[in-house]
Design a protein around this ligand. Structure first.
Ligand code: M6R
Length: 602
């Protein structure tokens, strides 16, 4: 969570920091701040709320000449979103920004307070700067004082520190939270992901856990537990176009419309005429594997749930799904014949990353399905399959879910193919359906217009139930998550057949039921479940290729030949419905309250 940028060089620093933070704002937007040291002058600005507030506050400020600078956009973990709690945090003569959580901050804070240090904020981060200055008073070497500081930190962090005691240097450390260093001539950039430095830096180095050091005079001095460390820079991409809105009102809207195209990218080179190819996986990758366990969070968890049906039905491999934050503490029994799969859009989700580390410690082979190359989860995994969705900026995940689900579907066929549990006919049928997926994802004007009109009827009531069976149950969960994230209305996903075991008690005309009624999967069963709800006066919005008389609202879908095509077409409907309801309610679609795009805290 949160975003970090840093810059050392001659260029105007305020704009570099603010532009960089703008790229990271989706990661957290409770407050933002910057600190700059030029010569011996230190400037610091903070503002609560979105970055535009900080822009306003700094509009008369500009930097001149060489200097060092750090910036941060925050998603509150310790302490409320106030200016005092905003980063950068100040000591007597140093500033620090930090992502992650310092788990032992309370004991460090008490130790420092007992020596007379006054804390201004409620954050864990402030401990870093005071600890550094306390170390610096007895160890006049700034770098050694910084080293002593990070040695004492427990938890996950990526941190930058600037100090008047060494005013042309940025100190950095990374342990468990992402950070990279960009280079262009003598300019050095830091950031928690690469978007802020695209177009500025030309080469990049992705820091490893345990890396720390300092940047000075255009050079990076890198260390880890073994002392000085050599490193190799890589070229940094220059393509930022896909990160723009392209004329859509919201990133989420653009990303919904993009799904059809990105799906083609996801399949490219993998789905061939009569075979599935995954060059990412070594031959014999599945040798000795008899079961799959998948860990993920949120939307990625829903794509995992969908895939469990596919792995068992198509590949005939046992598959269990776990929410990563639950898995971590349940003392799971792990056996080495289990392939451990993690799914993550960002590749930085703390719970998923920690679950992966646990599985690795238990000796399991690991595979990640991820949208961000070089992310922590990708780097930690034995193998990874990228979803190729392009940058997803809307906090509410859309194209990431679609492409994850496609990769998992491809993987289920691949395993079936490798293990010879899949007939030629089934493979042909599945590939044929896959090839039609991009079409099923096209958003027609008629559909969007219809959902826009319908949305006005769903702005009140006491809640939504999204119901479905089989793979349409995880889709129901995902539809409900989308709606609640951006509309702030209560929505639940439920297995249609389970309503009669309790939730049906809630049914009345103010209970909105979004019924996923595919033709190709248990249509009669779900029809009965919806009839039961209709008989209790629930308001029914049916999504189906088959007309349904009892529906109060009906959205007709067109694909009715394969469950996955029905799945993807209905997915678009639920995404657009959530979007249009949120727009009508005047909510911030791309940055819904209390959320962040990448959840790098536990
Ligand atoms: O980056 P990840 O896929 O690991 O993120 C997991 C969840 O935080 C994420 O899917 C979240 O639920 C989305 N905001 C849902 O739209």
């Amino acid at each position: 969570m949160c975003g970090i940028v840093g810059y050392l060089g001659l260029n105007e620093k305020k704009e570099i920091l603010l532009d960089g933070l703008q790229e990271l704002e989706y990661r957290g937007y409770d407050s933002a701040g910057i600190a700059v040291i030029e010569g011996n002058t230190l400037h610091n600005f903070k503002a609560i709320g979105k970055l535009k507030n900080l822009r306003e506050k700094t509009k008369n400020y500009a930097t001149k000449g060489f200097g060092v600078s750090i910036g941060h956009t925050r998603w509150a973990t310790h302490g409320k979103p106030t200016e005092l709690n905003a980063h950068p945090h100040l000591g007597q003569y140093s500033y620090v920004v930090h992502n992650g959580i310092i788990e032992n901050y309370q004991s460090l804070k008490e130790e420092l307070q007992s020596k007379g240090v006054t804390f201004l904020s409620q954050t864990d981060t402030e401990t870093i700067v005071h600890l550094f200055e306390a170390n610096h008073t007895h160890n006049k070497n700034v770098f050694s004082a910084f080293e002593e500081t990070i040695e004492r930190l427990e938890g996950a962090y990526a941190t930058l520190l600037i100090t008047e005691a060494d005013s042309d240097t940025i100190y950095f450390a990374k342990h468990g939270s992402p950070m990279l260093v960009g280079f262009h001539g003598d300019d050095v950039y830091f950031a928690s992901s690469d978007t802020p430095i695209i177009g500025k830096a030309t080469a990049v180095y992705y820091l490893d856990d345990g890396d720390y050091g300092y940047a000075s005079k255009g050079k990076l001095h890198l260390f880890d537990a073994n002392g000085a460390k050599a490193f190799t820079k890589q070229a940094l991409t220059t393509d930022k176009i896909s990160a723009q809105k392209d004329g859509y009102r919201f990133f989420m809207e653009k990303e919904i419309y993009e799904q059809s195209n990105v799906m083609t990218d996801t399949m490219m080179g993998r789905v061939l005429d009569d075979t599935i190819r995954l060059d990412e996986l070594e031959k014999d990758f599945f040798k000795d594997i008899t079961a799959i366990k998948i860990c993920a969070c949120g939307t990625s968890y829903h794509s995992a749930l969908t895939s469990a049906y596919l792995f068992e039905r198509i590949a005939k491999v046992r598959c269990d799904i776990e929410i990563a934050s639950e898995f971590r503490y349940k003392e799971p029994l792990l056996t080495k014949d289990t392939l451990f799969i993690t799914i993550s859009q960002s590749g930085e989700t703390a719970d998923t990353l920690e679950a992966l580390k646990m599985a690795k410690r238990a000796g399991l082979k690991s595979l990640s399905i991820c949208n961000v190359d070089n992310s922590s989860i990708v780097r930690e995994s034995d193998a990874s399959i990228l979803t190729r969705a392009g940058i997803e900026k809307g906090v509410a995940s859309t194209k990431a879910f679609a492409t994850q689900t496609m990769v998992l579907w491809i993987l289920s066929l691949y395993i079936g193919q490798e293990k010879k549990t899949l007939s030629k006919e089934t493979l042909e049928t599945e590939i044929n359906a896959m090839i039609h997926t991009p079409k099923a994802l096209i958003v027609s004007d008629t559909l969007h217009e219809k959902l826009h009109r319908l949305s006005k009827r769903y702005l009140h009531g006491h809640g939504f139930f999204f119901i479905g069976r089989d793979i349409f149950f995880p889709l129901a969960l995902e539809g409900a998550l989308k709606l609640k994230e951006i509309s702030y209305m209560h929505a639940e996903g439920y297995p249609a057949g389970e309503m009669k075991h309790g939730p049906i008690a809630l049914a009345d005309s103010e209970l909105f039921t979004i019924a996923l009624m595919p033709k190709t999967m248990h249509y009669d069963k779900i029809k009965s479940n919806v009839e039961e709800l209709s008989a209790r006066d629930a308001t029914i919005c049916a999504i189906s290729p088959l007309p349904f008389d009892l529906a109060d609202d009906f959205i007709q879908t067109h694909y009715d030949s394969h469950p996955m095509l029905e799945f993807f077409e209905m997915m678009v409907v639920t995404q657009l419905l959530a979007l249009e309801i949120s727009v009508r309610l005047g909510n911030d679609v791309d940055m819904p309250r209390n959320l962040a795009k990448s959840v790098t805290v536990e």
